[in-house]
Write a protein of this length. Structure first.
Length: 254
């Protein structure tokens, strides 16, 4: 087996007394498309936020692209990571949130070019070309000069996807990307994610309540409950013939 691109090794995360991740072990291969499903509050978003370095861990080790994320190797020991290390590691990943989180005072184009210019050091022209490319990919070429408030929720979320892709991450993290959208706008966002799922090299980790979609695009589905993996498997098996009673109850199969 190849070295996984993401690995959670016995990771514990607490918020005060609440243990949100209870010794999580999870490995994801490069190029794999994995969906996390589970009840509200089970720790799904926390997994993504830890990867994006938005939440620190309490114990265990997270590896991304073969390197510890929240630690650095120093003299053979794992020490807490420096801000510099976290900054460098973040470049492996792009994240799309439930609430699009676009910069409201910037045009669509600037939303997309800001990080490539300031984080990757691209020239304005290079960043603009990259923005054109990803705006075309999400079907919003004609909206580059608009501000987020002039777009629908679905269009804003597609800009957020283009913005994340413009950093050319190896891993895309989606945290319930359609939950905040009116039902008629869900399809256009799922269509874009589906297109990304057909890219062999891109690793995709998605938290969603869209079960049919998860079934269509995932190589593997992971069912989470109370900070632990209850069951995981290929989508066909997990959605039609899960082993565990808790999974069946969640999917209303019993
Ligand atoms: N910053 C925080 N401070 C305190 N508690 C938090 C914080 N973030 C999350 N939690 C708690 O941790 C638990 C797991 O949250 P998380 O958002 O990971 O769950 P989830 O499975 O993604 O749920 P949902 O489907 O509702 O988004 C919840 O009980 C939540 O209230």
């Amino acid at each position: 087996m190849n070295t996984p691109i993401i690995r959670f090794d016995n990771v514990v995360k607490q918020f005060g007394e609440a243990r949100v991740l209870n010794g999580l072990n999870l490995a994801i291969e490069a190029g794999e498309k994995v969906t996390i499903i589970g009840p509200s509050g089970s720790g799904k978003s926390t997994v993504l936020r830890i990867l994006m370095t938005l939440e620190p861990i309490d114990s265990g080790v997270v590896y991304v692209a073969g390197q510890p994320l929240w630690h650095e190797q120093k003299a053979g020991a794992l020490m807490p990571a420096s801000a510099r290390h976290l900054h460098d590691m973040r470049k492996h990943m792009g994240m799309v949130f439930q609430q699009f989180n676009l910069f409201p005072h910037m045009t669509v184009r600037r939303n997309i070019t800001e990080a490539p210019i300031h984080v990757l050091g691209l020239s304005k022209q290079e960043a603009n070309e990259r923005a054109e490319h990803y705006l075309a990919l999400v079907g919003l070429t004609d909206h580059a000069d608009k501000f987020p408030r002039q777009l629908s929720g679905g269009q804003q979320q597609r800009v957020a996807i283009a913005r994340a892709l413009a950093m050319k991450p190896r891993i895309m993290l989606f945290d319930e990307p359609t939950s905040a959208l009116d039902p008629e706008l869900v399809g256009e966002v799922l269509q874009v994610i589906q297109r990304l799922a057909s890219e062999d090299d891109l690793t995709l980790l998605l938290v969603t309540h869209e079960m049919q979609f998860a079934r269509e695009i995932s190589d593997r589905v992971v069912f989470f409950d109370k900070g632990e993996i209850v069951e995981e498997g290929d989508p066909e098996t997990l959605f039609t013939a899960p082993r565990e009673a808790r999974t069946r109850a969640f999917l209303k199969l019993t």
